[in-house]
Design a binder for this molecule. Structure first.
Ligand code: ATP
Ligand code: MG
Length: 342
């Protein structure tokens, strides 16, 4: 299995239109998307994106329709050429890769999963999953063995001779995922891959992805509109608005410390009790608390509240993974955070 690799995006701009390059300095000087469109009939896709996507982690990109999510993910395998900026992967700038190197990079380092599945209708599940390997010239026996491994891994054993039209949407997306995994690429790009699925199927597919990720440790860029999905699977989340990153951080950062009203609007309906972990809201240890009750730092706020209320505690200790005390949480603070007042 290949080692996970990180992605560093630096000062990335995309201005759609025949003379995009001429307007970079105006945009750098503060010209808005609206003004660029009104005055020059060019569309601001991305403005000064700086993002470090950690190796082997899931980076979620969120934002309203038209905020630039697809534009950003398509830069990573250069389906779109930037107007300015760098995308560094293993010390190489994808933006400056010559055609042959770019082809090899796309084929060996990246894989994509699409919202509409992108399956070939006249090929069986097995031949869809093995398609990329076939294109690379691998013989049938070898590619079928690899394809079968991933078909089993995504829970589709027994369906390998079916055609896409014989499968439900969730199963088709499993095929899409298996196909993306066969080439062993360290970077997986998923643009609204689950958005067309029903909520329960979608939840199942998130579980499949998280299980796989704990095994294969890919660098995954995952676009979604759905905050619950983002919070469940994202190690890091970046929020885009009008082509700019408004906030980036962990789910905890975004829920507890939204950078502005746009982000607040995204997170206002979140069930804080289920999402917030006590480690994110604990206070420094005070020597006076010796009631002997402690909870791990990953405990959810609602579970902490339940324990404090049932044991009639005003304060509870918080322990780290090694069971060492690292802070404490008062009942007052727990209630304030869950009510959205802190
Ligand atoms: N080829 C193009 N030519 C001109 N403008 C474009 C092009 N592609 C995207 N845009 C514009 O760039 C902006 C960002 O679009 P993008 O498709 O990246 O948004 P998105 O966040 O993926 O939206 P959605 O959630 O609807 O998929 C939009 O204003 C869009 O109209
Ligand atoms: Mg999009």
């Amino acid at each position: 299995m290949s080692d996970p690799i990180g992605i560093q995006i630096r000062n990335l701009y995309k201005i759609f239109g025949p003379r995009g390059g001429e307007f970079v300095s105006a945009v750098q000087g503060g010209m808005s998307k609206q003004e660029l469109n009104d005055k020059h009939r060019h569309v601001l896709g991305l403005r000064d994106i700086n993002l470090d996507i950690p190796a082997g982690r899931i980076q979620v990109i969120m934002g309203l329709s038209g905020s630039g999510k697809s534009t950003l993910i398509r830069h990573i395998n250069r389906l779109i050429d930037p107007t300015a900026g760098e995308i560094m992967i293993e010390g190489q700038d994808v933006v400056r890769m010559p055609p042959a190197a770019l082809r090899s990079f796309r084929r060996h380092k990246t894989a994509m999963v699409f919202q509409k599945f992108g399956l070939l209708p006249h090929r069986t599940v097995l031949n869809n999953v093995g398609y990329g390997l076939e294109v690379q010239g691998m013989d049938a026996a070898a590619r079928n063995e690899i394809a079968m491994r991933w078909i089993e891994r995504v829970g589709l054993r027994g369906f390998e001779t079916k055609y896409p039209s014989q499968l439900s949407g969730g199963m088709q997306q499993r095929v899409g995922l298996a196909r993306a995994l066969t080439n062993d690429a360290p970077i997986l790009l998923m643009d609204e891959a689950y958005s067309a699925l029903d909520p329960l199927i979608r939840y199942d597919m998130q579980t499949v992805l998280l299980d796989l990720q704990s095994e294969v440790r890919k660098t995954i860029v995952f676009i979604t509109h759905d905050l619950d999905e983002a919070l469940r699977i994202g190690d890091r989340i970046a929020l885009l608005r009008d082509g700019s990153i408004i906030q980036q951080g962990t789910g905890q950062d975004i829920v507890l410390r939204p950078a502005d009203d746009y982000v607040s609007n995204f997170v206002q309906h979140v069930d804080r009790g289920k999402v917030v972990q006590v480690g994110s809201i604990m206070e420094p240890m005070s020597a006076s608390n010796t009631n002997g009750h402690a909870i791990p730092e990953h405990t959810t706020l609602s579970e902490a509240l339940r324990q404090m209320l049932s044991s009639r505690l005003q304060v509870i200790d918080v322990n780290d993974m090694a069971n060492r005390p690292v802070g404490q949480l008062s009942l007052e603070r727990a209630i304030a955070v869950s009510a959205g007042a802190a």
